[in-house]
Design a protein around this ligand. Structure first.
Ligand SMILES: *Cc1c(COP(=O)(O)O)cnc(C)c1O
Length: 554
């Protein structure tokens, strides 16, 4: 089966012949529906399917594993946006390492599940050690830190806000809140997660204007969005303004969850983590000192800490930790209470490879669960440790395994070199954009993302200009027209199957910008320059009122 899949992957890639299938949504839909057996295939397959297998994805009689696998793997490969192609550069969507893909296959074959020791004897240790290694990389005290592998930044952010919410709700007084209880231990009979102290005010969430949307979703799921999440303004490089946070926290004077972003999704901007941590500490002292002045000072500090949780969303930027050159960008990350990392971004893992880490292992009571069929107390006492209390999920794949293989295989230098190669590529691309009068850079590169746009001849150059610019027939193109050209340019390249370029909108008038997210360390500067050249040429054609059906690269 694996041999068939590999051969079909190769055939499908050849059929595609570029970074994505040509033809746009209708063509890809038709091609894919045919492979699913929903419409007659064209041309007729050499090995015709049984007559009753056409028209339904669930025929009475299946077509058999070889035919189904070959046909559908080929269709998937032919119809994929392939991040291994240097011109597929729109998202935080990385080409996975072959070694990680092969490791992932082993996980699928063995199918361990981390919700109990007896479903994952070795995988339990592997996840524990991967988490400990990554916690040390973040700078957490390895004796106290803990964490879990997640489906990604979205789940990690939900967990950060969840633990932060319940730390504030429980407050410092209950031994149950900050006591020594390990996850999975002695929790089931303590009244259930998150209930104690539910009468305390829920913390208010503070995040920057450039934070990921999953923060607000998590706040909504956890019912901590009333009062609404407070949005802190950013500077011209999309970093949180620390003074604005300081003022907002001082005015709030209640429990809080402060979310910083290390590598914003669009710009790759890194909030000033160390300065934010200092503001968080000020707020803790304010709360700890004011909540109950009669408490001894140790308890005051705990009280303040429980009431202000500091979560860092490093889903994008966490990869910088692997690079000696870039690790300094994340200075202060070790001061967080919890951190989200994504190794399916700057880590070259097949998704999902999210990581959620906490600096201390004493804040997980909300997840501690006793299920007699998974982690009976006497089993745990006898050393049959279960990771059930580490996750919102029950059945849980051993996604730590490809990570473990990758860390062993490449080492920190091997991974760091890949991060640096992507950073170099983005800096080269920025120079190319600056040198081309038809292209305009939105802001300097931080990690490996380039945000820019096509600028028609004489276009206005202020990306943040607001209000319509009156433009006569001979004047510069209006901002709206520049937006339309950039938006259309990107779709033209998609429909032609030529390139997958990203898009975002910036500034008060939400001007359309293009984005290259360079996560392929094997791409060359020539690849990137050729792609930028194609973008500028396509823009020229559209600006001149022409229509392009840019031809495929040969
Ligand atoms: C990608 C990203 C997320 C979401 O992570 P998923 O792995 O897609 O769930 C969250 N935050 C930031 C900053 C991201 O870049």
């Amino acid at each position: 089966m694996v041999d068939l899949a590999l051969a079909a992957l190769d055939d499908g890639r050849r059929i595609r012949g570029g970074p994505l299938p040509a033809g746009g949504p209708p063509v890809v839909r038709a091609m894919t529906r045919a492979a699913l057996g929903l419409t007659p295939a064209d041309p007729a397959p050499a090995d015709p399917a049984p007559p009753d297998s056409t028209g339904t994805l669930l025929p009475r009689t299946g077509i058999g594993p070889s035919a189904a696998l070959t046909g559908l793997v080929e269709a998937l490969a032919a119809g994929s946006a392939d991040p291994a192609d240097p011109w597929c550069a729109a998202h935080l969507h990385c080409p996975p390492l072959a070694v990680a893909v092969a490791a992932d296959l082993a996980v699928s074959a063995l199918n361990p599940s981390l919700d109990s020791w007896d479903q994952a004897p070795a995988a339990t240790t592997i996840e524990t050690e991967v988490v400990a290694t990554l916690a040390a990389l973040v700078g957490f005290d390895p004796d106290r830190a803990t964490g879990t592998i997640t489906t990604g930044g979205t789940e990690s952010n939900l967990m950060g806000l969840f633990l932060g919410r319940d730390a504030a709700r429980r407050g410092p007084t209950g031994q149950d809140a900050l006591g020594p209880a390990a996850p999975g231990h002695d929790a089931g009979h303590q009244g259930g997660p998150g209930h104690r102290g539910a009468d305390r005010p829920a913390p208010r969430v503070f995040r920057s204007a450039a934070a990921h949307f999953s923060i607000d979703r998590a706040a909504s799921l956890l019912a901590i969005d009333a009062p609404p999440v407070l949005v802190i303004e950013t500077d011209d490089r999309h970093r949180m303004r620390v003074e604005a946070l300081r003022h907002a926290l001082a005015a709030h004077a209640g429990p809080a969850i402060v979310v910083a972003t290390a590598g914003t999704t669009d710009a790759g901007a890194v909030d000033p983590l160390r300065q934010i941590a200092a503001v968080v500490e000020e707020h803790r002292l304010r709360l700890g000192g004011s909540q109950d002045p009669s408490r001894p000072s140790g308890m005051e500090a705990r009280s303040g800490r429980a009431a202000c949780w500091f979560h860092v969303d490093a889903a994008h930027g966490g990869g910088a930790l692997l690079s000696e050159r870039l690790a300094g960008l994340l200075d202060g990350l070790d001061l967080a209470d919890s951190v989200a990392l994504d190794l399916h971004k700057l880590g070259w893992q097949p998704a999902p490879a999210g990581v959620f880490l906490t600096a201390r292992d004493d804040g997980w009571a909300s997840l501690a669960t006793r299920a007699e069929y998974l982690n009976p107390e006497d089993d745990e006492a006898a050393g049959f440790t279960s990771l059930l209390g580490r996750s919102l999920r029950t059945t849980r794949r051993a996604d730590a395994f490809p990570i473990a293989v990758t860390l062993r295989a490449l080492g920190r230098d091997g991974l760091g070199a890949r991060v640096d190669a992507c950073h170099d590529l983005a800096q080269h691309a920025a120079r190319t954009v600056r040198a081309d009068p038809r292209l305009e850079l939105a802001f300097p590169v931080t990690l490996s993302t380039l945000v820019f746009r096509y600028r028609p001849p004489q276009a206005i150059s202020d990306p943040t200009a607001s209000g319509p610019t009156a433009s006569g027939p001979a004047g510069p193109p209006s901002p709206d027209r520049v937006d339309r050209i950039n938006a259309r340019l990107r779709r033209e390249l998609l429909v032609a199957g030529r390139a997958v370029v990203g898009r975002t909108q910036l500034g008060p008038r939400h001007a359309v910008f293009l984005k290259l997210t360079l996560l392929n360390p094997d791409a060359t500067t020539a690849d990137v320059d050729a792609l930028l050249g194609l973008i500028a040429e396509t823009g020229d054609v559209l600006a001149a009122g022409g229509s392009t059906r840019a031809r495929r690269r040969s």
